[in-house]
Ligand binder design. Structure first.
Ligand code: FAD
Length: 502
């Protein structure tokens, strides 16, 4: 029998990534595990990352968070989807709403009957068949069963700094040791290259068995020390800068994120209880920093409450997320622009993969385990990348240099294959464990105007009257269910103050 040796985990960095993994280890690692987290107040965090997708519930529930407390403490709001405004062309918007569209009939998913109905001229826009979009567009919120079956799916908008504080309180209460200080050097074993300790500029040496790099874009351990390599995807996603600015809340308190196409990128709008988070993601080759700032400030719904904060990035991912005795999580692992709010989810999925193979006996892991982890991460990241690229490539904003460029750029082969299948037969190929479902792809493909020429001929086996009934009944049932729902703000206020039952 192998002797049990407890593991000393050292987490470098205390942004959303650092505190999420600290909280998860504090909750799930075996007794006797030592967990330390080093963060530097002088450096601070990236301070953005405020829109999520419904998978966040898996994380919050696994840790046993109380939803009302979480919403109160993070000044959070509900999110039913993302509106893409102007991405196909100026003045046109569509939504990637969470949850189902329509209802299946017989063998086929709804999309096949909708495509048939569209060819025959009696299909209505997709939003008429989506509970989430109908509720979002009328600024309503509901929590519970829907006529489409299952619960109405939702995610959150929240204040990233407050979420990190919330996680920190949880982690520290369960024994995580927080060390304030700036990491100066990373000590490595001269033979294996394994990290042995992090040395702080103020003097102390923090030794450990396993190190988790959550130092954000700096990637001090995985890149600085271990040189894990980087797959640069800026040929597919050329935006390389962002400006973030909060403003006072005003106007519609929308239960959805807005992503609004601009001259050389796009702007986000994320409403919280006390303010609206805004930002512009742009490509510096096509837009100067001054123009970016002017564009952002000219398009706020309220008075800015801080100066715009610049952020630079290169889209892509570390070739190995797990190398030697170090795992990179969060921005240290890589970055893709947040148009589908995927980064926090990728932190969470890295944590859940890691917990499945948590190193024992002093932090040692087999190479096969690291290879498995890295292959899974590559698959996940590449498929998310393809989905993001779809939003850009299928634009009709002709005559605008940035948009002309992204319309004509070379596509990843995996995306080209998906587009070919969709165009020929309306079939959406989703491989095992790909994050975005057929319904997500369906909404973006239709919203961006990518036409499916055909549909599955099995859809023709159903009499047209049945297809009409499917569409009409679904629409009427959804509209009837949405109508009496409370407004988002009323629902939220009653919910966080405990007046609405969960
Ligand atoms: P950071 O927040 O940068 O934290 C790094 C930590 O490392 C800090 O604590 C810092 O002090 C510490 N550190 C660094 N160097 C040292 C050192 N030498 N010594 C000690 N400590 C050090 N994600 C979403 O899911 N939804 C969104 O809507 C979204 N929007 C985004 C918009 C933009 C423009 C960007 C850039 C990102 C966005 N993200 C979004 C991603 C999200 O912000 C990050 O995934 C998340 O905040 C995690 O960041 P992090 O913890 O990895 O890094």
């Amino acid at each position: 029998m192998t002797e049990k040796v407890s593991t000393r985990y050292v987490i470098a960095g205390g942004g959303t990534a650092g505190w999420m993994i600290a909280a998860a280890l504090a909750r799930f690692a075996p007794p006797g595990t030592s967990i330390s987290l080093i963060e530097s107040d002088a450096i601070g965090t990236v301070g953005v990352g405020e829109a999520t997708i419904p998978q966040i519930h898996l994380f919050n529930r696994a840790l046993g968070f109380d939803e009302r407390e979480f919403l109160r403490k993070t000044r959070g709001s509900f999110k039913l989807g993302i509106e893409f405004d102007g991405w196909r062309r100026e003045g046109e918007a569509y939504m990637h709403a969470f949850g189902p569209i329509g209802r299946p009939l017989g063998l086929l998913p709804f999309q096949q009957y909708w495509l048939r109905a569209k060819k025959a001229g009696f299909a209505k826009p997709l939003q008429r068949y989506s509970m989430n979009e109908l509720a979002a567009r009328t600024i309503r919120m509901h929590r519970g069963k829907t006529v489409q079956g299952g619960e109405m799916p939702y995610a959150y908008h929240f204040d990233a700094g407050l979420y990190a504080e919330f996680l920190r309180a949880f982690a520290e209460a369960r024994g995580v040791r927080r060390i304030e200080g700036k990491i100066g050097t990373v000590e490595q074993d001269s033979e294996s290259g394994d990290i042995t300790a992090l040395s702080l500029e103020s003097g102390p040496l923090i030794e450990g068995d396993f190190f988790i790099d959550c130092t954000g874009f700096r990637a001090l351990l995985i890149d600085g020390a271990l040189e894990a390599g980087f797959d640069d995807w800026s040929n597919f996603l050329p935006c390389d800068r962002a400006l973030a600015v909060p403003c006072e809340g005003a106007g519609d308190f929308t239960p959805y994120t807005k992503a609004i196409a601009r001259k050389a990128g796009w702007q986000w709008r994320i409403p919280l209880q006390n303010r609206i988070g805004n930002g512009l993601v742009y490509c510096s080759k096509y837009l100067s920093d001054d123009e970016a700032s002017e564009t952002l400030l000219a398009n706020l719904d309220g008075k800015p409450t801080a100066d715009p904060r610049p952020i630079q990035f290169t889209t892509g991912k570390r070739r190995e997320h797990w190398k030697n005795n170090c795992l990179a999580v969060g921005l240290a692992a890589g970055f893709m622009e947040p148009m589908e709010s995927t980064s926090i989810h990728m932190i969470q999925s890295a944590i859940s993969r890691f917990l499945q193979v948590l190193p024992q006996h002093g932090g040692k892991a087999e190479q096969a385990t690291k290879d498995w982890f890295n292959d899974q991460a590559t698959f996940e990241w590449e498929r998310i990348r393809d989905f993001l690229v779809l939003h850009y490539t299928a634009n009709e904003r002709e005559g605008q240099p940035f948009w002309d460029h992204v319309r004509n750029m070379e596509l990843p082969a995996t995306l080209t294959a998906k587009l070919e299948q969709w165009k020929a037969s309306g079939f959406i190929h989703r491989e095992h464990e790909e994050l975005f479902t057929e319904v997500g792809w369906f909404q973006v493909l239709v919203g961006q105007g990518v036409e499916a020429e055909g549909y599955n001929p099995i859809a023709d086996a159903v009499p047209e009257a049945d297809v009409r009934r499917l569409l009409d009944q679904t629409e009427h049932a959804l509209v009837a269910q949405v109508k009496p729902m409370p407004s988002h703000i009323d629902f939220l206020q009653n919910y966080v103050t405990g007046k609405t039952r969960s």
